[in-house]
Design a protein around this ligand. Structure first.
Ligand code: NAP
Length: 247
């Protein structure tokens, strides 16, 4: 795949989908900034792996819910590389509970972690990318933001918000040649879904036409496409990576 930019920040990249996004983008020649919050050993190991495979990577610690830290992180990247070409807002959490039992702070904390953080990252990236009149952002939303899910009113609201926000950012970024797209993964095998019982996984699998859960690298490949020059005329789009579970 062809990239006109040179570097990318992937939030929440020490494990799961974020780690595979970092691997795939590094393999395609981008310098990857691996953001982590709490597990430096995983982030460092990923960086070493990428460098051992001939790629370029750096580790950057911040909590995406801390606005000052996030802004400082982006500034550090720009000071180091002269630009930020691409951003992937991947960091995210769940805190599942039926709505009737969900406390307000259990709702807002998931909105802050998933949606507000992606707003901060997108806004700061747009500022930086506008100066170069070039850039692309991919937000990792979720199938649940499109179809809803019992036990996830907080998570689905955050991901539905990301979908709408991506389209609005796309409209604001277009005149500056900064593209914004989102991906809505279905059920992907990571620690986030490992907590589900085998029964639940089997039930979900039955509702997936491709008849299996997805893998993190299948999401990463879609991210690579949406950042690359191969998608230069695509902005404000929501790409489903869900095995056909929701069409
Ligand atoms: P995961 O295995 O739980 O990994 C989440 C990553 O986000 C971790 O690296 C975590 O870092 C990081 N993170 C969480 N809160 C953070 C914060 N405040 N600041 C910085 N980093 C933070 O999850 P995943 O399955 O890879 O999911 C990645 C993204 O895909 C999420 O946005 C998720 O909602 C979305 N998604 C996943 C699925 C799925 O089936 N797995 C489906 C649809 C969408 P720590 O190690 O420090 O906690």
């Amino acid at each position: 795949m062809k990239f006109s930019g040179k570097n990318v920040l992937v939030t929440g990249a020490s494990r799961g989908i974020g780690a595979d996004i970092a691997r795939v983008l590094a393999k395609m020649g981008l310098k990857v900034w691996i953001n982590y919050r709490s597990k430096p050993e995983l982030a460092d190991a990923l960086k070493d792996e990428i460098v051992a495979n001939g790629g370029a990577a750096a580790v950057i610690k911040f909590d995406v819910t801390d606005e000052d830290e996030f802004i400082k992180g982006i500034n550090l990247i720009v000071d180091s590389d002269g630009e930020l070409s691409y951003l992937v807002n991947n960091a995210g959490i769940t805190n599942d509970k039926l709505a009737l039992r969900m406390k307000t702070d259990e709702f807002t904390s998931v909105i802050d972690a998933n949606l507000t953080s992606a707003f901060i990252g997108s806004r700061e990236a747009l500022k930086v990318m506008s100066k170069k009149r070039f850039g692309a952002v991919v937000n990792i939303a979720s199938i649940v933001g499109e179809m809803g899910n019992a036990g996830q009113v907080n998570y689905s609201a955050s991901k539905g918000g990301m979908i709408a926000m991506t389209k609005s950012f796309a409209k604001e970024g277009a005149s500056r040649n900064v593209r914004f797209n989102a991906i809505t993964p279905g059920f992907i095998q990571t620690e986030m879904t490992e907590v589900l019982s085998d029964e639940i996984k089997q039930a979900y699998t039955k509702s997936i036409p491709l008849n299996r859960l997805g893998s993190a690298d299948e999401v990463a490949n879609a991210v690579a496409f949406l950042l690359s020059d191969y998608s230069s005329y695509i902005t404000g789009d929501i790409l489903k990576v869900n095995g056909g579970m929701y069409m």
